[in-house]
Design a protein around this ligand. Structure first.
Ligand SMILES: Nc1ncnc2c1ncn2[C@@H]1O[C@H](COP(=O)(O)OP(=O)(O)OP(=O)(O)O)[C@@H](O)[C@H]1O
Ligand SMILES: [Mg+2]
Length: 240
């Protein structure tokens, strides 16, 4: 399955979620590849602490083959396509949007057909930008991760209507929700997703364990029974 993760504002927890979801799926016996398409602020390579030479950008620029940018994470069937920080947007590396789409599709074909990946998870740039929309256009399901902050929620409307225009099924997930206001928040987000007509995946509460990890470790590897991981497991069941 091709899954992408987006947000309007930055820091809603996309990279953390994609990384831990990848570990969860791989621990369940699936072959998973995480693709970092957040070329303006890549983070997946830090979370997995991988050493790399070639990245997604080198492949997109035609400097290497797709399988040259795929790195394995420890003993799991979990693979990473890292990005290096770049001031350009993925689309601006190409003359036309069609060329960009074709090159990304070539990567997807190699990952699915030649490397037999069961799931591809795309970690996208925050905001409304061409890279994020390009990826949204290629996947089976796009998940928009928001906090309950009204700045985020308003932007989530926009992202969700863009998914609609592209004909991509969108899911809504709230992250970092305050634990003490859980009932109130559940009501607000249910109402919001009904108005939006977007599938609600659920919410994940603010978790100290994750916050204190500072992206230096993957909680799904470190403590798979922690609160964050238990909530993520139930989200993953709905998503896949
Ligand atoms: N449920 C949670 N509870 C507490 N902290 C969290 C939670 N989810 C993520 N975080 C923390 O929030 C910070 C931002 O998370 P992350 O980098 O995953 O966000 P992002 O959406 O990928 O950001 P960006 O848009 O900048 O790429 C990290 O320090 C992460 O550990
Ligand atoms: Mg990120």
């Amino acid at each position: 399955m091709l899954l992408s993760f987006h947000s309007y504002k930055g820091g809603t927890g996309k990279t953390t979620l994609v990384g831990n979801l990848g570990v969860l799926l791989a621990m369940g016996g699936e072959k998973v590849c995480i693709v970092d398409t957040d070329v303006n602020g890549p983070g997946i390579h830090s979370l997995f602490d991988i050493k790399y030479n070639l990245t997604l950008i080198d492949f997109l620029q035609g400097k290497c083959r797709a399988d040259d940018v795929v790195y394995k994470h420890n003993e799991l069937e979990l693979y990473i396509v890292p990005a290096r920080a770049c001031e350009e947007d993925i689309s601006s590396l190409f003359n036309t949007p069609t060329e960009a789409k074709e090159k990304m599709s070539e990567l997807i074909n190699v990952l699915q057909r030649d490397l037999s990946m069961d799931h591809l998870l795309f970690d996208c740039s925050p905001g409304i930008n061409r890279s994020s929309l390009l990826t949204m256009n290629l996947v089976d399901k796009a998940t928009i991760i928001s906090t309950v902050d009204v700045q985020d929620i308003r932007g989530t409307y926009i992202l969700s209507s863009m998914a609609d225009k592209l004909g991509t099924r969108a899911n809504l997930l709230f992250n970092r929700t305050p634990r003490d206001k859980q009932q109130e928040i559940e009501a607000v987000i249910k109402d919001f997703s009904n108005k939006l007509g977007t599938d609600l995946l659920g919410s994940i509460t603010f978790d100290d364990h994750v916050a204190r990890a500072w992206s230096r470790k993957l909680v799904m590897e470190d403590d798979p029974e922690c609160d964050y991981c238990l909530q993520l497991k139930s989200i993953a069941k709905k998503l896949i």
